[in-house]
Design a protein around this ligand. Structure first.
Ligand code: SF4
Length: 335
């Protein structure tokens, strides 16, 4: 049986159920790299230039951890999943960059996804990918349909039941070997409701963010994330703040930030990666909106490989103290 490796990094949190279903329907075995550790991060950082963003360094480390464990590594080049809305340039060249910096990687399975080129081109790309496993077009079509259904089920689980991506993946497929049990997102007594916004690969990689969500929940806060909002809520917040989205993942930053600043959160934490161009623009829109409406405290956390756990904890404690005091006394908002 062909084994396909999927790095637990970048778009894993958005698309894993879809990718896994597609490859398994085609008769392959899917192998996921283990959760990020310092060894994974250091090995990835060593392969790329220093100013590469943290999530791409982590991806390289995950590809290295799959060497010898699979026959192929799946790294798609996702350019655009919505008309005239584009992904960050790092995603466009991801398969080529990985080949160049991790030459010992198993052969890379890639696919170009760009909906601006039309459905026919997309279907041909899916067919080319499926041809590595079968010559039957019907089997590839069935696998693609099953994959799409898995993707819809995954997003419904998150938006309707308030699950985070790791919780939804655990619900759909159970825990894989060596994976820690996902903590509950519903503490018994709630001190405050905190929204955490940013890309899923920053919010759910507990090594990169020093267990941010876990810490918030342990302090008896309810945590809200972008995936818990539906498409309409995200789109209307984006329209209010910037008009039309340009970046593919603008909704998880600007949309979620704009929504939670005015609905249902006592505080909003924006998580971004050092060296990320799109995030520096998008998070600034949210920060300005927070200053304008002055309804909800906002804090941004920038992560890089040298970010110290103690620094994250100190900032978090100060932010939470301010929110708890404000809830008690109804004082002025600090942004
Ligand atoms: S959006 Fe930012 S963090 Fe994500 S891959 Fe691009 S540069 Fe890196």
């Amino acid at each position: 049986m062909i084994r396909v490796g999927i790095p637990r990094a970048l778009l894993y949190y958005q698309y894993y159920p879809m990718w896994k279903t597609f490859f398994e329907e085609l008769g392959a075995e899917v192998v996921v790299s283990p959760p990020t550790t310092q060894v994974v991060l250091s090995s990835g950082s060593f392969r790329v230039v220093a100013d590469t963003c943290l999530p791409v360094k982590v991806l390289c480390g995950h590809v290295l951890s799959l060497v010898g464990k699979c026959d192929y590594v799946f790294i798609p080049a996702i350019r655009s999943v919505r008309k005239r809305v584009y992904n960050c340039s790092k995603f466009l060249g991801l398969p080529d960059m990985t080949k160049a910096v991790v030459p010992e990687s198993p052969p890379i399975l890639d696919i170009d996804v760009d909906v601006n080129k039309g459905k026919r081109v997309l279907y041909q790309a899916i067919y080319r990918l499926g041809r590595r496993f079968t010559r039957s077009p019907m089997k590839i079509k069935r696998a693609a349909m099953a994959a799409l259904q898995a993707h819809l089920d995954y997003w419904q689980l998150m938006s309707r039941q308030g699950l985070t991506p790791p919780q939804a993946i655990e619900r759909m497929f159970g825990l894989s070997e060596g994976e820690p049990k996902i903590h509950s997102s519903r503490p018994d007594s709630i001190q405050a409701t905190i929204a955490v916004i940013g890309h899923p690969y920053l919010l759910y990689d507990e090594h990169m963010n020093h267990r941010l969500i876990h810490r918030l929940e342990q302090a008896h806060n309810k945590v809200l994330t972008p995936e818990m909002l539906n498409a309409g809520e995200l789109e209307s917040a984006v329209a209010r703040l910037v008009g039309r989205a340009y970046w593919t993942y603008e909704e998880e930053v600007v949309g979620a930030g704009g929504h939670y600043l005015q609905n249902g959160a006592d505080g909003v934490i924006g998580v971004m990666a050092f060296g990320c161009g799109p995030d520096s623009l998008m998070m600034d829109v949210v920060r300005r909106q927070a200053s304008r409406v002055r309804a909800t405290p906002f804090m941004s956390l920038t992560l890089e490989e040298h970010t110290a756990e103690a620094g994250v904890v100190t900032r978090l404690e100060a932010f939470l103290d301010m929110i708890y005091r404000r809830r008690k006394r109804g004082t002025e908002v600090c942004v």
